[in-house]
Design a protein around this ligand. Structure first.
Ligand SMILES: [Zn+2]
Length: 477
């Protein structure tokens, strides 16, 4: 019992964020609320129509496959997958089967307490189905979703816990957002997870149970956790696991039988005669999106900067954050030539102050809000003890609220406008210039200008002139 290890594989369906559907020019709009608005004879499966492949969908799918370090099939084929269900008007779905777009990739999941390489078995393109809306005595069909481009990603069954499943799903979604090929929004139904779960000894797989159609990562984690417990419980009672498809009830936190599967379904796949082979040509390669994956970035930040785990995770939440970190780091390091000090300054002020203020004022970090070089310059002033940490924070807040440029704020703050500081300097000037003071008191107004000049000399011109004049007049009364 105790030596049974959960083996979990995932199938992920992702709607790509193209402008139009996979085989027709209808709008791909997951936010459309009016049913059957974005439809045409192709995506409603009318006889005699011909599908035309959407190149953007291919470019997005290819970009994802490359980021997952997959082997690309320069030539892949579309196939018809047959089944009968009201959401499928043609009675078949155009998918890829024996010759998918890509095979054999990997994701490296990095968490504080584990690191796990998860192999990806395959990635292929297919069309989404329509959606059924069920009422008490009848159902309605909305074809807006029918024909939206999907990629299906299948992992090897080598995730071993609900935590690993959650972490994998989070990182995959993060990658998709880095690539900007889809919002991967659970709320808009753009991503759906399926988990197959079995318990087995060592490398062995047990009888597998599939849990279908889960949108949110949290629900996926809970479903997997619940199903592992259910199977453990059955095995400990000496009962058999039945191979079946189960649903997950989020509210009751249970999985329930949907349909028993004594044998694999026969979809009677056959090659799609209306579409030519999909060839990955130079144009697709050139148009693809290439990014450093979140996990490669994490490894690199760890290696190059020796940052702690929390900081690395925070900085890789979006590509601009880590870019901002690295840009400001290299700029500040040019001035300080001190690696550890530079790191300490950037990490402290960026994470504790800058990011805190941005979230407080609900502003997204961008170069328009604050350029990394400006940030570095601000911190260098602090490093040189020209300004206090309080001033750094004030400057950040002002620039985030759009109340001034960092450069001006620094200048402003460098100016001595502290009355106490000025008073001390003025007292010195008065002591050192008794004769001039006497002249002034005797009515020689010009002497005042001379004394102000002396204050300016002492402060290298940083004394606030207006305030200096006021304090000086007061002091001479
Ligand atoms: Zn259409």
């Amino acid at each position: 019992m105790n030596n049974l290890i959960p083996k979990i594989g995932l199938e992920i369906h992702l709607e790509l964020g193209t402008k139009t559907k996979l085989f027709c020019a209808c709008k791909n709009d997951p936010e459309e609320t009016e049913p059957n608005k974005n439809i045409c004879p192709i995506c409603t499966g009318q006889p005699g129509v011909l599908p035309v492949l959407n190149k953007q969908a291919v470019i997005y799918a290819y970009s994802l496959a490359k980021a997952l370090k997959m082997k690309i099939n320069q030539k892949s084929l579309f196939a018809r997958k047959h089944y009968f269900y009201p959401d499928l008007p043609k009675n078949y779905q155009i998918s890829q089967y024996e010759h998918p777009l890509a095979v054999e990739g990997e994701v490296l999941v990095i968490r504080e307490n584990f690191r796990k390489k998860v192999r990806i078995r395959r990635l292929h393109l297919e069309e989404d189905t329509a959606s059924n809306i069920h009422f008490a005595n009848y159902s309605l069909i909305d074809f807006n979703r029918s024909g939206i481009p999907l990629v299906e990603i299948v992992t090897e069954p080598e995730l071993n816990s609900a935590e690993e499943v959650e972490a994998f799903a989070e990182d995959l979604v993060l990658l998709i957002r880095y690539l900007k090929i889809s919002d991967a929004s659970a709320e808009k139904g753009q991503i759906r997870f399926e988990a197959n779960i079995s318990l087995g000894k060592g490398e062995e797989l047990g009888t597998k149970v599939e849990i279908k159609n889960i949108a949110k990562i949290k629900s996926l984690k809970n479903a997997v956790l619940t199903e592992i417990e259910r199977q453990k419980d059955l095995i400990s009672k000496g009962e058999k696991i039945i191979q079946e498809t189960r649903g997950y009830d989020e509210i009751k936190n249970i999985t329930f039988t949907q349909r028993a599967k004594e044998f694999e379904e026969d979809y009677r796949y056959f090659p799609e005669p209306d579409l030519p082979p999909l060839i990955i040509d130079q144009e697709i390669e050139n148009s693809a999106v290439y990014v450093e994956t979140p996990w490669d970035k994490r490894l690199r930040l760890e290696k190059e900067y020796n940052l702690d785990y929390q900081t690395i995770i925070l900085l890789t939440q979006n590509p601009f954050l880590s870019h901002f970190f690295e840009e400001s780091f290299s700029e500040l390091y040019k001035f300080t030539s001190n690696f550890e000090e530079t790191k300490k300054l950037i990490v402290n002020f960026m994470i504790n102050d800058l990011l805190g203020l941005l979230s407080k004022f609900r502003v997204e970090l961008s170069e328009k809000i604050i350029h990394p070089h400006e940030f570095a310059h601000l911190l260098f002033n602090f490093y040189q003890e020209k300004i206090s940490s309080k001033v750094v924070k004030e400057a950040l807040e002002k620039t985030i609220k759009g109340e001034g440029m960092i450069e001006d704020i620094i200048k402003e703050k460098e100016k001595i406008s502290d009355a106490q500081v000025l008073s001390n300097i003025i007292d010195e000037v008065i002591k050192e210039n008794q004769k001039i003071v006497q002249d002034y008191l005797a009515g020689k107004d010009k002497s005042l200008e001379f004394l102000i000049g002396e204050v300016m000399k002492k402060t290298k011109g940083r004394a606030d002139p207006k305030l200096t004049r006021e304090i000086l007049i007061d002091a001479l009364r």
